[in-house]
Design a protein around this ligand. Structure first.
Ligand SMILES: *Cc1c(COP(=O)(O)O)cnc(C)c1O
Ligand code: SF4
Length: 338
């Protein structure tokens, strides 16, 4: 496929999609290249690839309005000088993942559920992410072939549900995933397998038919939690992929982060919820931003967030309202903000 010149957006997702591994290889990997491809001036002093590597698949770039520095998708991936501002209360591990790591890439904070950090890689690098400062490559389970994690899950009969998160579990190949799912299936007390993945949004061709068949035929009930913050992220290709999950009987939820300059107004949140429920995807959580260094410019104060939720209630069915939550280290669940 021909690469488009810098004067047109890289609209490649809905013509002949390349395989997802090729899509990952073609992803934009520097702020300078990102600025160039979306039609922004490439100024020195803007790039901050050293702090947090840039990674944006072209499928996601294709949804960005060309030449608009305020585009809500671009804002999620564009480095800004505000990232350098150190703000009190913003830290490196705001959600206490290091304290809750029980070994082998397993993080257990909540009853009945254990989260497996399957892979250090992500489908897209979001500038607001609480993991931007987290040493995932150190705790990633992959390096030890999940042996420790599987033993820990097997030894704890209270674990009914295993969450595959990361990074992004779908950056594993089908054969690695098959191996991992097989090991989890062999643990009798585990009943559900939950995927937390942004790949269905960032690079929807990842949801291949063989992968969906594997999940649908598992002994475990699979749930999917995807992550979109704005309706513009859900183009026709994403909608089709989410539809394939639904057709296979796999429930799909969406979580979002409340982000200044991206989705912190009621019209945007209503449009996102409507887009999701039209596709049979249930809005699950709206997260208060985790206070990680470098992300303070995305902060929306909780009072504003509560008003937004109230305003959404006046316009949407009850099932379209996500639960507005924050993550407070040491609590036994996500904490509703109300
Ligand atoms: C968020 C999270 C979960 C899932 O919580 P739910 O409320 O069930 O969605 C599980 N484990 C960890 C470590 C988490 O951070
Ligand atoms: S963990 Fe999720 S929010 Fe964070 S960078 Fe990866 S895809 Fe983005």
């Amino acid at each position: 496929m021909l690469m488009k010149g810098p004067d047109t957006p890289a609209n490649t997702s809905d013509t002949h999609p390349v395989g997802w591994q090729v899509a990952m290889k073609r992803a934009i990997r520097s702020q300078a290249k990102l600025r160039e491809i979306v039609g922004l001036p490439v100024e020195s002093g803007h790039a901050s690839d050293e702090d947090f590597a840039t990674f944006v698949p072209l499928e996601m770039v294709s949804r960005i309005r060309y030449g608009d520095p305020n585009d809500p998708i671009l804002r999620q991936v564009l480095a800004t000088p505000q990232e350098q501002v150190r703000v009190e209360g913003f830290s490196n591990d705001p959600v206490g993942d290091l304290d809750a790591s029980i070994g082998g890439g397993l993080i257990q904070k909540y009853a009945g559920r254990a989260l497996l950090v399957t892979h250090g890689a992500c489908a897209v690098h979001c500038r607001y992410c609480f993991r931007r400062e987290f040493p995932y490559s150190d705790v990633s389970a992959l390096r030890k072939g999940w042996k420790t994690a599987i033993e820990l899950i097997r030894a704890d009969e209270t674990i009914q549900e295993v969450l595959l998160s990361g990074g992004d579990p779908l950056t594993l190949t089908d054969s690695k995933l098959d191996e991992l799912i097989g090991q989890i299936e062999s643990i009798a007390h585990v009943r559900r397998l939950r995927f937390h993945s942004r790949l269905p949004i960032a690079s929807p061709q990842r949801l291949t038919d063989p992968l969906i068949r594997r999940l649908a035929s598992s002994r475990l009930l699979c749930w999917f939690v995807v992550h979109a913050n704005h309706a513009a992220e859900i183009d026709a290709a994403v909608a089709a992929s989410l539809g394939r999950l639904r057709d296979a009987g796999i429930p799909v939820l969406n979580q979002s982060v409340l982000l200044a300059g991206v989705n912190h107004d009621v019209d945007t949140l209503v449009q996102l919820s409507e887009r999701l429920i039209d596709l049979g995807v249930q809005p699950y959580y709206l997260h208060q931003l985790d206070q990680v260094h470098g992300a303070s410019h995305f902060w929306v104060d909780p009072e504003t967030g509560k008003q937004l939720i109230r305003a959404m209630r006046e316009r949407l069915p009850g099932y379209a309202i996500p639960t507005y939550v924050s993550e407070v280290s040491g609590r036994p669940s996500k904490s509703p903000v109300d």
